[in-house]
Design a protein around this ligand. Structure first.
Ligand code: SAM
Length: 246
């Protein structure tokens, strides 16, 4: 297997420059290498990710995490309070924390071991703008210290679009944004999500189809803008969003 390291990361950066119109600086590249190496280590004990080859890791974790911000008009200069729901091995929240050191990024997962790993990782590599939280999205969505306090909520590979919307929108401030990372997406998915988004106090503001730079597959990001408070009954009790999706 080819190693990701300081020597071959610049090659990756060229593709990065072409596809994200941006190039990580030296420190960011070091962070990415460290994250990759730590995750490979962590994978020996924990099921953090099935994506372990360097190219795939680069494309499906690093690139994919950041591409959501490519064409979307979000003012990334602002100090955003961000939560990544069901972060697993730290995606997409961890690469965002690297690239936007002025953001405060909370990595949330219900699996204690994954969060312990991420907390150690952030400390070890000196990523000080990361907070970690072991909890269920359904629980913190009803807690005053979290409900409607985040400018941006991201969620990738955690459930259906409807479940992800129910987890994310209660946590988003009025005027804030939830980004649902999806693979395949069709017109009927939009129709179904529109109803759910409205019920939760939001609107679909944009849908981006992104072509990945190495395998040329299509990924989608759905941007939900919160315009009114989410009704108090959402998120419903633990397990209900999944068992009885809106
Ligand atoms: N977001 C990461 C990614 O795309 O690589 C990880 C995806 S992994 C398939 C789904 C993660 O969501 C798991 O780590 C799981 O523990 C977490 N999860 C599932 N339901 C959750 C919930 N209701 N609240 C918090 N975390 C949840």
């Amino acid at each position: 297997m080819r190693e990701i390291n300081q020597e071959n990361l610049p090659e990756m950066s060229e593709i990065w420059q072409e596809t994200l119109q941006w190039q990580p600086n030296h420190r960011q590249q070091q962070y990415f290498v460290q994250i990759y190496q730590e995750i490979l280590q962590g994978n020996r004990k924990l099921n953090l990710t099935r994506i372990t080859s360097p190219e795939e890791f680069w494309e499906k974790h690093l690139w994919d995490s950041l591409a959501s911000l490519l064409d979307f008009p979000l003012d990334t200069q602002l100090k955003l309070n961000v939560i990544d729901i069901g972060t697993g091995g730290g995606f997409p929240g961890l690469p965002m924390a690297v690239v936007f050191p002025h953001w405060q990024v909370t990595l949330l997962d219900s699996t204690r071991k994954k969060i312990a790993f991420l907390s150690n990782l952030a400390t070890k590599i000196g990523l000080t703008n990361v907070k970690t939280l072991v909890a269920r999205a359904e629980v913190i969505g009803q807690q005053a210290q979290h409900r409607e306090t985040y400018d941006l909520a991201t969620i990738r590979a955690v459930g259906t679009a409807s479940v992800c919307a129910e987890y994310a929108l209660p946590l988003v401030k009025l005027g804030g944004l939830a980004i649902l990372y999806r693979g395949h997406w069709q017109a009927q998915d939009t129709e179904a999500l529109e109803l759910v988004a409205t019920e939760l106090g939001s609107k679909i503001e944009a849908i981006a189809a992104l072509t990945t730079p190495i395998s040329h597959s299509i990924r989608h990001c759905i941007y939900l803008r919160k315009h009114s408070p989410t009704p108090k009954q959402y998120p419903r009790a633990v397990g209900v969003p999944n068992q009885q999706p809106l």
